[in-house]
Design a binder for this molecule. Structure first.
Ligand code: PLP
Length: 378
C-alpha cells in the first residue's frame, strides 16, 4: 500500500507508513533465477524420510512443540562442529523460522528505540528493513567500487557511529564475494572495544571456501553467526535458519522469541534434513562449477560478472548498451527467464540454476547483447 492510502482508522506507526511489503516478483511458468534458491528438488529418500517423521508427530499436534527444539539444535551443533572443527553444544545454537526471524529477534533483543545498527551496502536489504520495523536506527557504511570491504574505512565507520549492532554479510548478497576471515576478525576487535554485537550473516557459507566466523566466537563472545537451510540445504520452503553464538547471546534470543515459535512439523522436517546434509548438499560442487561456467560465458558475451563465492552472480551490463537495468530485466523476463533487479543501476543478479536453466539464461544474455550491437550500428 502506498504511503498516502493507509486508512486513517488504522493506527499504523508513522515511521512505517512509507514502507511496502518486501517482495521479489513471484512469477510462475518461467525459469526462476531470482531468489537464490537451490534448483534441485529434495531427493526421494530425503522426502520420504521427512514424510515418515512428520507422520509420527502429526498425532501429537494437540500438544505444543518442544519450545527449545533440543533435538534439532543438537544436530545443528554437530553439523557446524563437523564443518569448522569447533565444539559447540546446544547452548550455542538457536533455530528459528528462517534466518530472517533470527535477524528480527537479534534486533528486538539488542536494537530498538535510541539504538543504531550499521551495515555495509550494497548488502542484504532485509537488514535495514527489520531495523525499521523494530524501531532501530540504521546507518549504511560503504563498500569499494568493486563491492569489496575497505576494512580500514569500515573500522573507522564503526568507531564513529558506535552502533549497538553491526551487520556483515559474507559471502555478500547481492554482490557475491566473501570477506576474508582476517577482516571479520578486525571488525570483531573494534566491535568488542565499543561493546557492540557483530552479526555475521553467512547465508551462503557452504558455497564459499572461506573459513566460517563461528571460529571467532570462542575469542570474541560478541560475534554471532546467522546461517540458513534455505540455500545450501535446498530447504527454503521449510523456513529454517539458525544462530551460532556464545551462551549469553543465545539466552538473549530465548527471552525475546515468541513461545513455541518453531512448529513440531518444522522441527521434525529440519532434523531429517540435517541428518541428510551430505545428500542434500551433493549438488553444491555442481552449482559451483556452473557458477564458474556462467561467469566466464557472460564475460565472453561482453558482460562483467563480479567474483562470486555464492550461488548467484551480480553482473554489469555491457557498457555500450542504451537500456536501463530494468529494461534489460524485462528483456530476460519476456524470454522466460526471471532474474533480479537489485536496484543497482547497470547491474542485474542471476541465481545459478540447473545446467538447462543456465543455458537458457546465457542464450538470452547473448541475444540481449546481439540486439544491443545491432542497435548501435543503426
Ligand atoms: C537468503 C538470505 C537469507 C535467508 O533467509 P531465510 O529467512 O533463512 O530463508 C539471509 N541472509 C541473506 C544474506 C540471504 O541472502
Amino acid at each position: 500500500m502506498a504511503s498516502n492510502t493507509w486508512p486513517s482508522w488504522l493506527p499504523l506507526r508513522d515511521d512505517l507508513r512509507e514502507l511496502t511489503p518486501y517482495g521479489a516478483p513471484q512469477i510462475t511458468d518461467v525459469v526462476q533465477l531470482n531468489t537464490n534458491e537451490n534448483p534441485f528438488p529434495l531427493p526421494d529418500e530425503v522426502a520420504s524420510t521427512i514424510v515418515d517423521e512428520i507422520s509420527k508427530v502429526v498425532k501429537n499436534l494437540n500438544r505444543y512443540p518442544d519450545r527449545d527444539a533440543v533435538a534439532l539444535r543438537q544436530k545443528l551443533a554437530t553439523y557446524i562442529n563437523g564443518l569448522s572443527g569447533t565444539s559447540f553444544g546446544i547452548k550455542n545454537i538457536w533455530a528459528a523460522n528462517g534466518s530472517n526471524e533470527i535477524i528480527q529477534t537479534i534486533m528486538l533483543a539488542c536494537g530498538g528505540a535510541g539504538r543504531t545498527a550499521l551495515g555495509f551496502t550494497p548488502s542484504y536489504s532485509v537488514h535495514p528493513l527489520i531495523a525499521k520495523t523494530t524501531g532501530t536506527g540504521w546507518e549504511s557504511g560503504l563498500r569499494n567500487q568493486d563491492f569489496s570491504l575497505d576494512i580500514g574505512r569500515a573500522v573507522s565507520e564503526i568507531s564513529r557511529v558506535r552502533p549497538s549492532i553491526v551487520f556483515i554479510t559474507t559471502p555478500n548478497n547481492p554482490t557475491g564475494s566473501s570477506t576474508p576471515l582476517a577482516d571479520i576478525r578486525e571488525l570483531a576487535r573494534v566491535c568488542g572495544e565499543i561493546e557492540s554485537l557483530l552479526v555475521v550473516d553467512e547465508a551462503y557459507a557452504e558455497f564459499s571456501s572461506e573459513r566460517s566466523a563461528v571460529t571467532l566466537i570462542a575469542e570474541f563472545p560478541h560475534v554471532v553467526v546467522s546461517r540458513t537451510m534455505s540455500k545450501a540445504f535446498a530447504f527454503a520452503g521449510a523456513r529454517v535458519g539458525y544462530l551460532v553464538a556464545s551462551e549469553a547471546a543465545i539466552d538473549a534470543m530465548l527471552v525475546t522469541r515468541l513461545p513455541y515459535h518453531l512448529s513440531a512439523l518444522t522441527q521434525a522436517a529440519a532434523a531429517v534434513a540435517v541428518d541428510f546434509a551430505k545428500t542434500l548438499q551433493r549438488e553444491i560442487d555442481l552449482l559451483i562449477e556452473e557458477r564458474e561456467r556462467v561467469a566466464s560465458t557472460l564475460t565472453s558475451h561482453g558482460y562483467r560478472p563480479s567474483p562470486s563465492a555464492s550461488n548467484f552472480i551480480l553482473f554489469a551490463l555491457p557498457a555500450d548498451r542504451s537500456t536501463t537495468s530494468h529494461d534489460a530485466w524485462s528483456f530476460f523476463l519476456e524470454r522466460g527467464v526471471l532474474i533480479r533487479d537489485v536496484g543497482l543501476e547497470g547491474f542485474l543478479r542471476v541465481t545459478v540454476g540447473t545446467v538447462q536453466e543456465n543455458d537458457l539464461f546465457l542464450k538470452v544474455a547473448e541475444d540481449f547483447q546481439l540486439q544491443n550491437r545491432q542497435e548501435e550500428k543503426r
